[in-house]
Write a protein that binds this ligand. Sequence first.
Ligand code: F0G
Length: 468
Amino acid sequence: MSDAIAKTAQQAGTSAVQRCIVPACAALFAIRQPIYVCPRCGGPLEIEIPLEPLQAVADLRERWRARAASHDPRDRSGVWRYRELLPFDDDAPVVTLFEGNTPLYDAPRAAKYAGLAALRLKHQGCNPTASFKDTGMTTAVTQAKLLGARTVVCASTGNTAASLAAFAARAELQCAILLPQGQISPAKLAQSMDYGAVVCEIAGNFDDCMRLISELADVPSIYIANSVNPFRIEGQKTVAFELLEQCGWRVPDHLVVPGGNMGNSAALGKGFDEMRRLGLIDRLPKISIVQAEGSAPLAHLFAGLKSSEIAADAAFPDEIAPVANPRTLATAIKIGAPVSWKKALRAVLRTRGSIITVSEPEIADAKAIIGRDGIGCEPASATTVAGIRKLVSAGKIRADESVVAVLTGHVLKDPDYASHYHRGTLSFESLTAEGAAKSVPIVGAFRNAPEKVAASKAAILKSLESRR
Ligand code: F0G
C-alpha cells in the first residue's frame, strides 16, 4: 500500500466497515482499507452499514423523495440521493454523472407474451452511459479518489468498461480496460475509446481478462472497479430503493434480472435486505436470475441443489464449476466463471427465487417483444422477459402476481444484433452431440425487415395497407 493510500485509509470517518461474507470467517476490515477480497480467507467482502441509527429516523422516505426536486449535484443523482445508506462521509469527493433516476415502464405486450396480466420494466439502460453499471461506478470511482488511486481498471464484456471509462474521465483518473478481443459489441468499444480509456484487447475470453485483473490487484496505484469490489455493489443496491419508491413502497412479488458476473443480483439482494431490516418494507421480492443457456454456471449449480439446500438460508457450496467455453450472442453475459456468484446465490435462496436458463431464440424473441412496447434493450436484458415466460409456464410465477424485470442495457448498445434479427440474418453457434460447432439460424417470430418502396405516395400507402 502506498503512503498516500494508507493515510487516507486512516482518515475515514464513516462508521461502515467491510466484512467477509463467509460465515466461518466474518472478519472485519476498515472502510478505507484497499482490499477486494478477504485478506484472511479470500472470501467475498461486503460493506456493512450500521442501520440502527437510521431506524430512529422517521422521515427517510420523505427525505429521499424531497431530494429528487433539489438541484444539489448529490440530490440529482439517483444513487447519492440515498446517501444515508452509502459508506461515505458528507465531504466525500463525489464523482457523478447524475446516474440513476431511471424509468419504470408498464409493458403490456411483453406482459401478454410472458403470460402475465401486467409487467413492469425497470430500464437501467436509461443511465448516462446506457447501462446499469453507472449506479455502481459512481461509488467505486469516488472510493478510488478517496484512496488516492492513479489508475482505475476493469475486465469487461463492454458495459463495465464504458461506464468506468466515463467516470474515470470525470474524475481525471487514468483508466485501463481489459476486453476479450473480438467479443465485444462495437458500440460499447466505441464508448470506451471516446471516454479516453486505455483499451487493452486481450486474446482470450472475459474470464481470462478477470484472471489478469486479480493479478493487478496488488499494484498500489491501481484500483479495480469490477463488481468483486464491494463499493460497486453499494451504488447498485440503490436501484432497489428507487424501485420501491416508484412502486409506492409496495413490494413486487418477483424481481427478475439477467445473470453474468452476478454483481447486479447481489446488489439488488443487498438493497432489498437493507430496506427490510430498516423496517421500510415488511417482505422481500423473490429474486430470480436468468442466464443464457451456453453461459450458465450458476443455473447449473442451482439445478443441482437439493430442495433442502434451496430452503436453507446461505447453505451454499464452496465451489462453482465454471463453463470453460461460454457461448451466447448476448455478449454482455458471456461469462463462464462469475465472480460474485456466492452473494447472488445467497440473495436468491433468501428470497426463494429461481435461477434458470433461456435459449438464444428465446432471448431474441423476448428482445423484439420488449421493443414492441417502445422500450429497446440489449440482448442480455431480454433474458428477463424470456425467463419470466418460462417461470410463468412452469407455475413459478402466477399470472396475477406483480413482476418487475430489470433491463440492464439500452438497445443501441448492440444495434447489429437487432438489425440481424429483423433482417433474418441472426445465427448462433451451437455444439453437436459430438462437440462440433455448428451455426443455427434464428427465425424470429417478430421480424420486421425494412422493405424497398418506390418513391411515390401510392407505393407508401400500399405498403401500409399490406402491413395493417
Ligand atoms: N446485462 C448487461 C447489459 C451487462 O452488461 C451485464 C454484465 C449483465 C447483464 C450481467 O450483470 O454481471 O452483474 O450479473 N456486464 C459486465 C460487463 C460483465 O463487463 O459489462 P452481472
